[in-house]
Write a protein that binds this ligand. Structure first.
Ligand SMILES: CC(C)(COP(=O)(O)OP(=O)(O)OC[C@H]1O[C@@H](n2cnc3c(N)ncnc32)[C@H](O)[C@@H]1OP(=O)(O)O)[C@@H](O)C(=O)NCCC(=O)NCCS
Length: 258
């Protein structure tokens, strides 16, 4: 869609997709910015990495990549993202928000925020779970990362997910990141609402591991804390605690249904 389609109205335009990946307009919220929510395209892989690094480098990603986000690490992340996106686009729904008022020369192609959702719409068998574990093991670690830290963190992520959700269907908010200069302007909320709207259409619960910065926003969106995440960031060199929590938003019952 070209930016002419927006006019100079003070609204956040919110585009969503149905389960056939067809784009349809849903709504808007008051704002002075011209924003649009779309599926992430292949050309946006670099922007995705830049936004993650900008959002997380002073916290988890800084610990994960103690020597910075190297070219090899970025290339690995881009490859992994594009593989996910291509392999199972219905499960791996990766969204972006673009700011139409940024110049054409913007280094992130006007992308200012990303939200990566995973839709597990059916109950999985033990064999499905084992296959997922095997795939993630084969994928290995990104280059130049702190392997011990990642193993501990992801080990906990997997353990808690299995304890809390077992084989149940659910929607995972896998990554949410907004460029720091755009924080507190509604971009994160826009990305969350989009995924939850899709989850609600399918009658699915949603789960995530919340960073300290995300927790209050997730609570406002209906997620509840279901357990604390054991992670000692100081042990890995951070100068402060980084208390993550596991949060679950129950499946919403549509109006008129019991
Ligand atoms: C969490 C995050 C995605 C929210 O995006 P956003 O566009 O700022 O979100 P919204 O504008 O819709 O909502 C704003 C709320 O987010 C939280 N928030 C956003 N920026 C924050 C900041 N710098 N410090 C503390 N909380 C912040 C607050 O709860 C805020 O509400 P408030 O202004 O009433 O306090 C964004 O801050 C971010 O990318 N943070 C770093 C990465 C991260 O922690 N991601 C979440 C992983 S689980």
């Amino acid at each position: 869609m070209s930016s002419e389609g927006f006019g100079r109205v003070n609204r956040l335009h919110h585009e969503v997709f149905n389960d056939k990946n067809e784009r349809r307009f849903v709504g808007s919220i008051e704002s002075t910015m011209r924003l649009e929510l779309l599926r992430l395209a292949e050309k946006d892989a670099n922007a995705y990495c830049n936004i993650c690094w900008a959002a997380f480098n002073d916290a988890f990603m800084g610990l994960m990549y103690p020597n910075g986000y190297t070219e090899s690490a970025r290339a690995w992340a881009k490859g992994s993202l594009l593989e996910d996106r291509q392999e199972n686009p219905d499960r791996n729904r990766i969204m972006k928000v673009i700011d139409h008022d940024l110049p054409e020369s913007d280094s992130n192609g006007k992308v200012i925020g990303i939200g990566y959702w995973k839709f597990y719409t059916q109950e999985r068998t033990q064999a499905d779970l084992d296959a997922e574990d095997k795939k993630s093991e084969e994928k290995g670690h990104p280059p130049d990362c702190n392997v011990a830290l990642l193993d501990e963190f992801h080990g906990n992520i997997d353990k808690y997910k299995r304890e809390i959700l077992g084989r149940q269907p659910y929607v995972l908010l896998n990554v949410l990141a907004v460029l720091p200069e755009y924080h507190r302007k509604g971009v994160g909320g826009m990305l969350i609402k989009e995924g939850l709207q899709q989850a609600d259409q399918l009658g699915l619960q949603s789960y995530l591991e919340a960073s300290p910065m995300g927790r209050a926003l997730y609570q406002r969106m209906g997620y509840e804390q279901v357990r604390e995440f054991e992670f000692d960031a100081r042990k890995w060199g951070l100068d402060r605690d980084l208390p993550h929590v596991c949060m679950l938003r129950p499946a919403q019952v549509a109006n008129g249904q019991s």
